[in-house]
Write a protein that binds this ligand. Sequence first.
Ligand code: NAD
Length: 347
Amino acid sequence: MAEIIQLNTDSNSYNIAIGALKKIDLNKYSKVLVVTNPRVSALHINKLLSCLDCKEMFICTIKDGEQYKNLSSIEFILENAFIHKLDRKSLIIAFGGGVISDMGGFAASIYQRGIDFISIPTTLLAQVDASVGGKTGINNSFGKNLIGTFYQPKAVYIDIDFLATLPKREFNAGISEIIKMAVCFDRDFFTWLENVDLINNKSDLEYAIFKSVSIKADIVCKDEKENGIRAGLNYGHTFGHIIELLGNYSLYLHGESVGMGMCKANNLAVLLNKLDIKDSTRISNLLRKYEIPTEYKIQDLNNFYDKLFLDKKSQNNDLRFIIPNGIGNMEIITNPPKELLFEAMSI
Ligand code: NAD
């Protein structure tokens, strides 16, 4: 399968190429800095290097893990860029999962007020979601992705063969973002997902990646800075980000936290009569098919509730949630009744 999806925003237009990675001509750049981590580098750097045609190239390897998606890692990338004397005509390539694409993009957006970057995602989650759309960022002690920029890449290259080395748990976690796209935006895609096998059938997987990226690209074209419909991509994330934070970014994977967060959002949607209980069960069943956890016991409801106010969608102390309005549609609701919210959180 070889597909090109075009993403046009006010700030940039770029191609997302899906298919086997081929030679990339980067000779217009003075220097190239590849940002990656030890695990991805050990597995795949040779393949990447064989595809880069450029004048001068350096590799910056940062520590692996969501717990290192922080300001110290950004400083490390920037220091590398200064040590190798990258200039405004240089390029950063983010080569890894969503953690690397978020940080590589962020570093590129602030180095010398912004240099070009390209994303080459190597996890399913990054291929279907994180590498596309230009949201960059890092975590801090207050929460997840609270520091960052909107900064579009110059290109994205998605090669499904990188996924062959991905551990099963990581692969499954990526499927939760595919399910998220379907629940919020495409009922037919959801029904299709219920009937296919993304683990054992490569062409099903390729189609699911293509479809997810197409949905995301379409939404980002309409609403780059998340003033409206793009907020739908945060379905499951309002609750999920707190689940991740409470697990110190190491207990659950991002995609797993989003899966559990989607189920909490579904509870709320059912209580508000926006989602049929049968459809809520269909969503949970699809998540469970890929061993994504669907239940999460909140130990301290009041503490969890307080943390909801740090969500980036919360404005003027209003709480906003993305919930499915039936499968294939989403709705943004503001300040649902507190008793209903607590009930949804406690299920
Ligand atoms: P990750 O980047 O931590 O990667 C998961 C693990 O897989 C890491 O240990 C990594 O080293 C390893 N890995 C990567 N590629 C591999 C390969 N081909 N083979 C074997 N191992 C490989 O996590 P993730 O799930 O890719 O991304 C999660 C991050 O993405 C979160 O920080 C989340 O906030 C972010 N995200 C961003 C957006 C966005 O729009 N910017 C959207 C969704 C998620």
